[in-house]
Write a new protein. Structure first.
Lengths: 263, 303
């Protein structure tokens, strides 16, 4: 479903700030495979997601989604394939527009937008049914402006908007990191449900090792722009946080002191 | 005073255009001063040359569409800052408008214009003409309400609200910006064409400072009618435009110098923009404070 072949990306090449974000990364995701991505700050996790989404273009290598080469396509032309939820709950929705308008925008993902009414009665019924599945009571607030919702509600709505039009690939960029623990738990559960229901090929970046182990069918760990651990299936089911820390220590070759991994 | 209301209703067409860029696209577009004159100049010169006034007015609006498109291209493809892109088009249009009119003004005396039937029937300055101009503004408002609620219109709204989000759903924000700017300046130029016929001439300076009148109308309208949805917001813009013209009329009647009107307008807009930010006034219920309290209000479904 998603194939990255020898993808490299360097920021500020040829300057003193030159930084190799990704080095010769190859990754292949099978349909409906749910992969979690962990790694310390600067490991290249976000760069990986941005390259898949088209917010960045690679210096070399190729990116293929469901048989189509998308390496050089800008983000808006890849949108038909990709649903995305950002870390910032404000990023995924239009704040001055209503819940139903936001959903209508999401429903037309990747299609040409013409002069048909954005929100129709039949769409509204569909939106209500979908919102009810979030169990947040939003189904009765279709005409509420999204800016009035709490962070957790907005993130749940962003997740619905990213998934209900059934993209080929779902990208989650630390989408629970900015929420309080109970909200993060809710959005995590909704994520698992949505991926299951729509059989989405998913790439989820997280800082939370426990979450990375609990969710998904495959786990990759990145370090300094490379994939250093890649476990799937039973091997992943058996893995523990201690195993991951051990693996990380081995890769690093030195003592372990990265606080961001300890969360 | 009925004259001021008439003017306010005609200028409401321009204010709706300014609303589209300033509020919906979040793009402070200064093309307006030039595209308004371009609309007036194009319509006037065509009428003088015997073109049907309806066709001439439409051509005036089309001139605005082109002007807006140019600003849009400068901003999106050229990567030029919005304010500068607008100013560049506006300055360029100054020369173009002089070329269109082949001089600094075109009188429309004894020409058959859209306003002539009203003048002949002696309804100008009465309730009849107010109703006619109100109907015109209302038609444009309703079409705009409808357009902004279509799939394309929602994409334009989201472009001003959260461009990264709307791009992630497959919309080319360059295109929505250019389209929004073109439509906005089309409305502004349509207004220019109507004003030229209403006042009986097109003039190179007819658009100077017009952006301030447009902004004043938008801000004034939204101060008296807090906009929650598009339908209300566009109605508020029309009300704001009428109110602005009436305020100017009153200022003239109490004996202020007409030459000072631009300064009065500028001060009005500054006050409307600055007053809501002063802490003393924040306690007075205004749109700003109502919005803020609504934003932190605990909501029912939030568990």
């Amino acid at each position: 479903m998603l194939d990255l072949t020898s993808v490299s990306k360097t920021f500020f090449p040829g300057t003193v700030n030159e930084r190799r974000a990704l080095t010769d990364v190859s990754l292949s995701l099978a349909p409906a495979e749910f992969t979690t991505v962990i790694g310390s700050n600067g490991a290249g996790k976000s760069t990986l997601l941005n390259l898949v989404a088209g917010s960045l273009t690679p210096d070399s290598g190729s990116i293929v989604i469901d048989g189509s080469v998308v390496t050089r396509l800008p983000d808006h032309r890849r949108a038909a394939y990709i649903g995305r939820v950002f870390q910032d709950p404000m990023a995924g929705t239009a704040p001055t527009m209503t819940i139903e308008e936001n959903l209508a925008i999401a429903l037309s993902r990747g299609r040409s937008r013409g002069l048909r009414l954005g929100v129709t009665r039949s769409k509204r019924e569909f939106f209500q049914a979908e919102l009810a599945s979030l169990e947040l009571g939003l189904e009765d607030r279709l005409k509420t402006v999204v800016g009035l919702l709490s962070g957790g509600q907005r993130q749940a709505l962003s997740l619905l908007m990213a998934t209900f039009s059934e993209p080929r690939i779902l990208l989650l960029d630390e989408h629970t990191a900015a929420l309080d623990p109970s909200r993060a738990e809710l959005v995590t559960r909704l994520t698992a449900d949505a991926v299951e229901r729509h059989h989405l090929t998913t790439l989820m970046v997280t800082h939370n090792m426990e979450q990375a182990l609990r969710l998904g069918t495959r786990l990759i760990m990145m370090h300094e722009g490379r994939i250093v651990v890649d476990v799937a299936g039973e091997q992943k089911q058996r893995a523990t946080v201690a195993d991951l820390l051990g693996a990380f220590e081995k890769v690093k070759g030195a003592g372990f002191d990265d606080r961001t991994l300890l969360q | 005073m009925t004259g001021a209301v008439e003017l306010g209703l005609i200028y409401a067409v321009m204010a709706l255009g300014v609303y589209l860029t300033f509020r919906i696209l979040d793009f402070p577009d200064l093309t307006v001063d030039g595209s308004f004159t371009a609309g007036g100049a194009t319509a006037a010169i065509l009428i003088v040359n015997g073109v049907n006034p309806f066709a001439a007015t439409a051509a005036g609006a089309a001139a605005g569409l082109v002007a807006g498109t140019i600003t849009g291209l400068l901003h999106t493809k050229g990567g030029i800052n919005p304010l500068l892109a607008g100013i560049l088009t506006q300055i360029g249009l100054y020369s173009i408008n002089l070329r269109i009119m082949d001089g600094a003004n075109v009188p429309l005396l004894r020409q058959e214009t859209l306003i002539t039937p009203l003048r002949d029937a002696e309804v100008l300055g009465t309730w009849v003409s107010i109703l006619i101009f109100a109907a015109l503004a209302l038609v444009i408002k309703v079409v705009m309400d409808w357009f902004l609620n279509t799939d394309l219109g929602l994409a334009i709204q989201a472009t001003g609200d959260n461009p990264a989000m709307i791009r992630s759903f497959g919309v080319n924000t360059h295109r929505t910006k250019i389209l929004g700017l073109a439509l906005s300046n089309g409305l502004v130029a349509l207004c220019g064409a109507l004003i030229a016929q209403y006042q009986g001439f097109a003039d190179i300076s007819m658009g100077i400072g017009l952006i301030i009148a447009g902004l004043a109308s938008v801000i004034l309208g939204q101060a008296i009618i807090p906009p929650r949805i598009i339908v209300v917001a566009t109605a508020a813009v029309i009300a704001g435009s009428v109110l602005y013209r009436v305020a100017i009329q009153i200022a003239l009647e109490v004996g202020l110098d007409p030459n000072d009107m631009k300064l009065v307008s500028a001060v009005l807009v500054v006050l409307a923009l600055v007053l809501p930010k002063w802490s003393v006034l924040r306690r007075v219920p205004s749109i700003r404070s109502i919005r803020r309290s609504a934003a932190v209000e605990p909501t029912a479904g939030d568990r």
